[in-house]
Design a protein around this ligand. Structure first.
Ligand code: TXA
Ligand code: MG
Length: 325
């Protein structure tokens, strides 16, 4: 592929970033690394460019996009009103893997927010994403750079595999450092609700905010009813193989032995590591096991604390079970 540009993840080459920014400003699509996963970016205020994102991903138009901002000032230009909770959270967790849902300003196209009155805002810390935002000097809408429903891309090969030449340029900075997506926190609800657990943990948020609700169950019901429920369709992050989940390793081993006796090709998610390392590799492992042609992938669920909540959520969705986290 000749649309992939290698960049240093710590100090990206200015010329590469300039080329990417020019591609965006011309209304094109650029895949770029963030600290969580690779994103598929387009100018957030350009409805035509935004439509290209939905087409490239085969994403249904009811699923709204996250808008990435360079700094707090840029975020403010996109919000309807200032909010003390927003300021507090941004000062504590930005730049970083926290996406805040707030009431949107009229200038944000309906295409971005799927006609909602709210917008999801995030300021990434990855040096490549930060440099791209700085040079482009405009908000960048970017969902994860995978085909809709597939595991999120943590390596450039995943982006190329899913999107290939549907994207004008891919910035390759190697594997993304965190591996699971940002936490999506809805500040229009009281108490604030986690719509998707992610890189900033519930416990970290509760230290700052007091009580925080986990809204995933509600979202799954909405998804079942066919309503617009953010990143929250029941089957999401899914490999082609069947995914079976286990709370404990002995049950998993028993099941693996049984399937192997039946002549099935079985893959086991390697989770005997730190939760940080598991988060980093979970999507790549699902894709790799698929590529090996296994029929069933067996996974042990991590405990629902800290980053474990996010990994658990992704595995439940990969198994088509929604998220009971
Ligand atoms: O880490 C991340 O968040 C990555 C990187 C690229 O920043 N992006 C990402 O985007 O995961 P995406 O589109 O794959 O997931 C965004 C989630 C979806 O579940 C979407 O429905 C939800 O955020 N979302 C976006 N706007 C929203 C809104 N106005 N209200 C509620 N949920 C929203
Ligand atoms: Mg996604």
């Amino acid at each position: 592929m000749n649309n992939i540009l290698k960049v240093d993840p710590k100090s990206p080459d200015r010329r590469a970033i300039k080329r990417a920014a020019e591609t965006l400003r011309a209304g094109g699509l650029v895949a770029f690394p963030t600290e969580t996963v690779y994103g598929l970016g387009a100018l957030a205020l350009d409805p035509q460019a935004i439509r290209k994102i939905f087409t490239a991903k085969d994403r249904p138009d009811w699923d709204p996009l996250i808008v990435h901002v360079r700094d707090l000032a840029m975020a403010h230009t996109l919000m309807k009103r200032l909010l003390p909770q927003f300021e507090l959270l941004a000062s504590r967790f930005w730049p970083g893997p926290l996406t805040l849902v707030v009431e949107k300003n009229a200038q944000i196209p309906n295409e971005v927010t799927a006609r909602r009155a709210t917008v999801a805002l995030r300021m990434p810390w990855h040096p490549v994403a930060a440099a791209l935002l700085e040079v482009t000097d405009a908000p960048i809408a970017a969902p994860s750079a995978n085909r809709f429903g597939r595991p999120s891309p943590t390596r450039v090969e995943h982006v190329a595999e899913d999107l290939g030449d549907r994207v004008d340029l891919i910035l390759d900075a190697g594997p993304t450092p965190m591996g699971v997506e940002s936490t999506v926190l809805d500040l229009t609800q009281s108490p604030p609700a986690i719509l998707r657990p992610g890189g900033v943990s519930r416990e970290q948020l509760e230290k700052v905010l007091g009580a925080v609700r986990l809204a995933t169950g509600v979202a799954d019901e909405a998804a079942r009813a066919g309503l617009a429920a953010p990143g929250m369709t029941l089957k999401h992050y899914a490999p082609r193989a069947l995914v079976e989940l286990f709370e404990n390793m002995e049950e998993l081993q028993t099941r693996a032995a049984k399937l192997r006796d039946e002549g099935k090709r079985v893959g086991v998610l390697d989770s005997a590591t730190t939760i940080e390392r598991l988060a980093q590799t979970v999507f790549a492992q699902l894709r790799d096991l698929d590529a090996q042609g296994v029929e069933t992938i067996l996974c042990q669920l991590p405990a629902p604390q800290g980053l474990g909540l996010a990994v658990r959520d992704r595995l439940l969705r990969a198994a088509g079970k929604g998220s009971q986290t």
